[in-house]
Design a protein around this ligand. Structure first.
Ligand SMILES: [Zn+2]
Length: 254
């Protein structure tokens, strides 16, 4: 057999994936991993995160059927409102998580003046541009990155470039904006208002900016609240909440 479909890296890659899948399904069958979800899914988190292949849902849960996952470049809510509504309105997940991440290519690209990029990609990035401008204006008011760090006492755990720091602030601001957009939606806002849904903004870090634990998740926003002090109090409120309070950390202070 010959032809374009069997040349190049495609067949090799597919073969690798099929081999992996055979092992996976043998194990999943013998351990009964699908047993309890054959008749329906009962996820507890609706997740909106970036398509970046390094951002892995398994960092939150390795059980099949627990995460209703929605991915796009830059973890935007707007193109996926239908899927989000399905997760929170029909599957009734108690948590809707918007997860940004460090080292985000979409955030990086939106800080550049791209000309030769595909129109569809440019359109997908357009939504971050106002957020980039917003963070720049904030930094101007605070006397640049140095002035901002001095005033807010925010410090990454490892030395990173000003560019990487700026992009981290934009990643956080982007998550905040997505949550704001969600709260502008009457149906989602009502679920939050009646206590049926908690919207959580997080940053997934593998760049040693928030901690040296790669793949660690930090809470930066709950139902639109962005004050670290208030978030810590909120999180420590009940039961094991202190576990959550310990992960509250923001680089962006408005
Ligand atoms: Zn990304």
């Amino acid at each position: 057999m010959s032809g374009t479909a069997t040349t190049g890296k495609g067949l090799e890659t597919l073969t690798h994936k099929i081999k992996y899948n055979k092992q996976y399904s043998a194990e999943a069958t013998s351990t009964g991993q699908y047993r309890d979800i054959l008749d329906g899914q009962h996820p507890d988190v609706t997740l909106v995160t970036c398509s970046d292949s390094r951002v892995w849902e398994r960092s939150l849960d390795d059980q099949i059927g627990k995460i209703f996952s929605i991915k796009n470049i830059g973890n935007r809510v707007e193109p996926n409102l239908g899927s989000i509504e399905y997760g929170v309105g029909h599957l009734h997940t108690p948590v809707l998580m918007i997860m940004g991440h460090t080292g985000c290519g979409a955030v990086h690209a939106s800080t550049l003046e791209l000309k030769d990029e595909h129109a569809r990609i440019l359109k997908s990035l357009d939504f971050i541009k106002p957020t980039v401008a917003e963070v720049q204006k904030l930094l101007i008011r605070k006397g640049g990155i140095a002035g901002y760090k001095k005033e807010t006492k925010v410090a990454p755990v490892t030395k990173i470039s000003d560019e990487a720091f700026f992009e981290t602030l934009v990643s956080e601001a982007n998550v905040d904006r997505q949550i704001e957009n969600l709260l502008n939606d009457a149906s989602i806002r009502n679920l939050v208002y009646t206590g049926k849904l908690m919207i959580v903004g997080t940053i997934y870090d593998f760049k040693d900016i928030y901690s040296k634990e790669k793949g660690a998740i930090f809470v930066i926003n709950v139902n639109g609240e962005t004050s670290v002090e208030k978030l810590k109090k909120l999180a420590a409120g009940e039961g094991d909440g202190r576990v959550v309070a310990g992960t509250v950390k923001r680089m962006l202070v408005y």
